[in-house]
Write a protein that binds this ligand. Structure first.
Ligand code: ACO
Ligand code: OAA
Length: 384
């Protein structure tokens, strides 16, 4: 714009706080479409994958772009089953950490340590990054399981290579083969959590990769981003709310009173709302159905009753709808996990999406470095 004197005035830059609505790059890994309320992994609806696939098949799909052939799937299963056992050096580091440390801090530390021990450390070629991604995928269940068992004063359980990834995750955590209902609900949750385009933690992983830093650095940073309650940390908070209200007789009345208090205090309700979805999270129906089967299997109908009552009470106050963390929190509780382990499970699932994005970012890299609009004092000078 020209001033009366004819000088060109600097334009105020347009600021997009929280990068809301900004398209930062392209991705072929997944498509979140709020208009059709759909989520596609490499073109496949996530609901179909959750119904028909193992977590290993979905991991291969996200990393490679196509579902694995039989030989490819067998190879992935053999390699990852052989890599599941936690390195004693990682175990010792974890044992040095305070028992009171949050499991997300433990997992973040373990990923960083695993990076120093990885046989491909220092090699950022696509083949080496794929091997690192497979190893992290294989090792994270042992980190999560060991963390829960340590908190409970229990000895670690060795992995069972005869079990698939999801079932062995539960076996390493609880020391027994899970029931079909528990194994199925857990597998579904891992698939639904595996990937979600440029969410905050994935974007963090891409920012780190864009400096040409290594895969374990990107995943360590992503774990930090996921931990917050506005992102992955919400699944723990959801169960905290269920525990505070208390499932069982009279829970509807208690849920309504709780929601009234939260809205009066202008608090956000954990497990509700989403930056991208406006008419519901595409993953909720699959996870909610798994939660209902799990509640029937474990005789905990009181939990789904509260699930429905709390959702109805929130719907009476706002049009904001549940996100995936809303059904996942109670589902992980019914599976027997400690609440503080819910977000680490999310890590063990999302590591697939993060590493798929790390590979994509590195393959066509551009340093991620946005601009800022300065809002501090005008230029001034020292008075000396
Ligand atoms: C797997 C995941 O990471 S899914 C997200 C998990 N996080 C949560 O469940 C935490 C609770 N939810 C939230 O805090 C938010 O919905 C977020 C952070 C997820 C998204 O936030 P944003 O896109 O920035 O939306 P924003 O916070 O601006 O909310 C828009 C409006 O909806 C309301 N709103 C959004 N979420 C909630 C909520 N959980 N409870 C009550 N009101 C809400 C806001 O108050 C705001 O209302 P207003 O326009 O009248 O002021
Ligand atoms: O996409 C987001 O912003 C958050 C989310 O649902 C996810 O990461 O799964």
């Amino acid at each position: 714009m020209a001033s009366p004197a004819g000088n060109v005035e600097p334009q105020e830059p347009e600021v997009h706080r929280g990068l809301a609505g900004v398209v930062a790059d392209t991705t072929a890994v997944s498509k979140v479409n709020p208009a059709t309320n759909s989520l596609l992994y490499r073109g496949y609806p996530v609901q179909e994958l959750a119904e028909h696939c193992s977590f290993e098949e979905v991991a291969w799909l996200l990393w490679h772009g196509e579902l694995p052939g039989p030989g490819e799937l067998d190879g992935l299963r053999e390699r990852t089953a052989a890599a599941r056992r936690l390195d004693d050096r990682v175990r010792r580091v974890v044992e040095e950490l305070p028992l009171a440390a949050h499991p997300m801090a433990v997992v973040r530390t373990a990923v960083s340590v695993l990076g120093t021990l990885d046989p491909d450390a220092g090699d950022d070629s696509p083949a080496a990054e794929l091997r690192k991604a497979e190893r992290l995928f294989a090792q994270l269940p042992a980190v999560v399981a060991f963390t829960q068992r340590r908190r409970r004063g229990e000895d670690p359980v060795d992995p069972d290579p005869a079990l698939d990834h999801a079932a062995d995750f539960l076996h390493q955590t609880f020391g027994e083969t899970p029931s079909a209902a528990v194994a199925d609900a857990f597998r579904i949750s891992l698939i639904l959590y595996a990937e979600h385009s440029f969410n905050a933690s994935t974007f963090t992983a891409r920012v780190v990769t864009s400096t040409l830093s290594d895969l374990h650095a990107a995943v360590t940073a992503a774990v930090g981003a996921l931990a917050g309650p506005l992102h992955g940390g919400a699944n723990e908070k959801v169960w905290d709310v269920f525990a505070e209200i208390g499932p069982g007789p009279g829970s509807g009345e208690r849920a309504r009173a709780w929601v009234d208090r939260e809205f009066a205090a202008h608090h956000k309700i954990m497990g509700f709302g989403h930056r991208v979805y406006r008419s519901g999270d595409s993953r909720v129906p699959s996870m909610e159905a798994a939660l209902r089967r799990l509640a029937a299997d474990t005789g905990r109908e009181d939990v789904v009753t509260l699930y429905d009552e709390l959702q109805a009470a929130v719907a009476g106050r706002t049009s904001v709808l549940p996100n995936l963390d809303y059904p996942s929190g109670p589902a992980y509780h019914l599976m027997g996990f400690d609440t503080a382990l819910f977000t680490p499970i999310f890590v063990a699932a999302r590591v697939v999406g993060w590493t798929a994005h790390v590979r994509e970012q590195r393959a066509a890299n551009s340093l991620i470095r946005p601009l800022s609009a300065y809002s501090g004092p005008a230029e001034r000078h020292l008075d000396r």
